[in-house]
Design a binder for this molecule. Structure first.
Ligand code: NOJ
Length: 535
């Protein structure tokens, strides 16, 4: 296909980029062992170039015991042997670059794997040791220290599991996620130094950006006060000390022209925007947009708030509909409650997938028309639904940490279907994929969608190719009936999305460029449909 992408030397590419998230384990299996790998990604680079994306964000690809899908990192400077080698990652970065695609790696600074050399050393060195100062080790409460040091809740939604684990020597250590993910002590200079070295390690290898996991959780109140005492500021969310950390990271990134995208889940737009000040992170994921229900007024408010919060700091917005943690878009939009919230995720929620798919198609055109960068999660371009994973195949700790109450995130991590008539829908050749694919997975296969002018894949390819016509200017809302979103961009293109239950008359335009579904006989925009028009 070969649409014009950002030139290799364009320092501002990230302001308007389309960035595709690769969850390597489930993307493509090059050696046929049932697990996706770098060979699989390399073989599919032409596909990604054809889709027209500007960059790939790789969820952690480092050596990991996979207790949390790779977010438990044992070595930040290597590749998990199940995925390949560092030399192969270097080749992949270079090959992608030749196709005009940049690479973003995922850094997990809040915690390491309990198999990371630092934690192994800390465990071995015993109470009071210097090695333990890199983490949060404490004595317990109660007469014999048998009670955890404080009352903090697990950061896995729905989890009632404790965030403290006691070692046989009596010390407890803090882990906001699983016990296999001990939290680092960010007040320790060695922790800061190590991460800056890791950033350099990857920038030296040609990566263009870094995604920062759990970016607002790193700093902890050294007194670790109980939440029940309502301490202010919060003892582990969005603490002011963090900004010095990111300012220092920014200086490293600037040496290489690298960029950051932070995973910052914060309800307060003003606090969120502080991370995006000109000397901190370049961008952060827009979880307000991702969580928003399919409702015109709510979406418009989310868009307006996003643009208003980014404007004073000069950072571009990002538009995200899904990722490896949340319910897939076509399923979410096909449910009665179309918002995303970890707390309400439940087994057996019915979804009308035809409706959800119509809305997801319209939402794709909406997001790709907005000013800023867009994130796509692998399989979103295929319209994959959330899958049900049988209880005996579940891998996600979110499920186990909730005692089986929370469905967890495996349902959005199912290995991709590439070829309709191949074993395992072309994901890999020999072994069964690490998560089972639903029976209808071949019907979503890439090769089938490539032949279908009306497929989700065709829509995404067209939209990404046409997107530059919106230009890089602001948006202006146009008058529209209730339930209809209509805006123009300085590039001279309009986007109209009908979320109302009745067809909408399109605003004056010279040409229709792309629609997410057919117009009705009267040329009106049906419900749950979007159109891109030339003004
Ligand atoms: C956010 C990641 O996206 C998620 O997958 C992970 O479980 C947590 N951070 C902990 O690293």
């Amino acid at each position: 296909m070969g649409q014009p992408r950002h030139a290799p030397e364009d320092p501002d590419w990230w302001r308007t980029a389309v960035i595709y998230q690769v969850y390597v384990r489930s993307f493509a299996d090059g050696d046929g062992d049932g697990t996706g790998d770098l060979a699989g990604v390399r073989s599919r680079l032409p596909y990604l170039a054809g889709l027209g994306v500007d960059a790939l964000w790789f969820s952690p690809w480092y050596p990991s015991p996979m207790k949390d899908g790779g977010y438990d990192v044992a070595d930040y400077r290597a590749i998990d042997p199940a995925f390949g080698t560092l030399a192969e990652a270097e080749k992949l970065i270079a090959e992608a670059r030749e196709l005009g695609i940049r690479t973003i790696v995922d850094i997990v600074p809040n915690h390491v794997s309990d198999q990371h050399p630092w934690f192994r050393a800390a465990r071995a060195a015993g109470p009071g040791s210097a090695e333990r100062e890199l983490f949060h080790f404490r004595r317990g409460r109660g007469t014999d220290g048998e009670l955890p040091p404080n009352d903090w809740p697990s950061q896995f939604a729905g989890s009632t599991a404790p965030v403290w684990t006691r070692l046989p020597d009596g010390d407890w250590y803090l882990h906001l996620f699983t016990p296999e993910q001990p939290d680092l002590n960010w007040a320790h200079p060695a922790v800061r130094q190590e991460h800056e070295d890791v950033l350099r390690f990857w920038f030296e290898r040609g990566v263009a950006g870094v995604r920062i996991d759990s970016a607002a959780l790193l700093a902890k109140d050294p007194d670790l006060p109980d939440l029940a005492t309502r301490p202010r500021p919060h003892p582990f969310v969005d603490r002011d000390e963090l900004h010095a950390v990111y300012r220092s990271w920014r200086r490293v990134a600037d040496e290489y022209g690298g960029v950051f995208v932070g995973e910052v889940w914060l309800p307060d737009p003003e606090r969120f925007a502080r991370y995006l000040r000109p000397d901190e992170l370049h961008t952060a994921f827009n979880f307000a947009f991702l969580s928003c229900p399919w409702d015109a007024a709510r979406l418009r408010a989310a868009i307006d708030t996003t643009l208003a919060e980014h404007a004073p700091v000069g950072a571009p917005a990002t538009w995200v509909l899904c990722n490896h943690d949340v319910t897939r878009t076509v399923t979410r939009y096909g449910r009665e409650d179309t918002a995303f919230d970890f707390a309400t995720k439940a087994f057996g929620t019915p979804a009308d997938l035809a409706l959800g798919t119509r809305r997801a198609r319209a939402a794709a055109l909406l997001s790709l028309a907005l000013p800023g960068a867009v994130y796509l999660y692998q399989g979103e371009e295929l319209g994959l639904p959330e899958a049900d994973v049988p209880a005996d195949r579940v891998q996600d700790p979110m499920y186990f940490r909730s005692g089986g109450a929370a469905p967890g995130r495996d349902g959005c991590r199912i290995p991709l279907p590439w070829a309709e008539d191949m074993p395992y829908a072309g994901f890999g050749a020999h072994e069964e994929p690490w998560l089972p694919q639903p029976a209808d997975w071949p019907s979503y296969a890439v090769d089938r969608q490539e032949r279908d002018p009306d497929s989700m894949l065709t829509l995404y390819r067209r939209a990404i190719a046409l997107r530059p016509m919106f230009g890089d200017g602001p948006l202006s809302w146009l008058p529209a009936p209730d339930g209809v979103l209509a805006f123009s961009r300085a590039g001279g293109a309009l986007c109209v999305v009908n979320l109302a239950p009745t067809p909408a008359v399109l605003p004056p335009h010279s040409r229709s460029l792309l629609t997410s579904g057919p117009l009705d006989e009267a040329g009106r925009l049906p419900p749950d449909t979007a159109a891109w028009l030339r003004a």
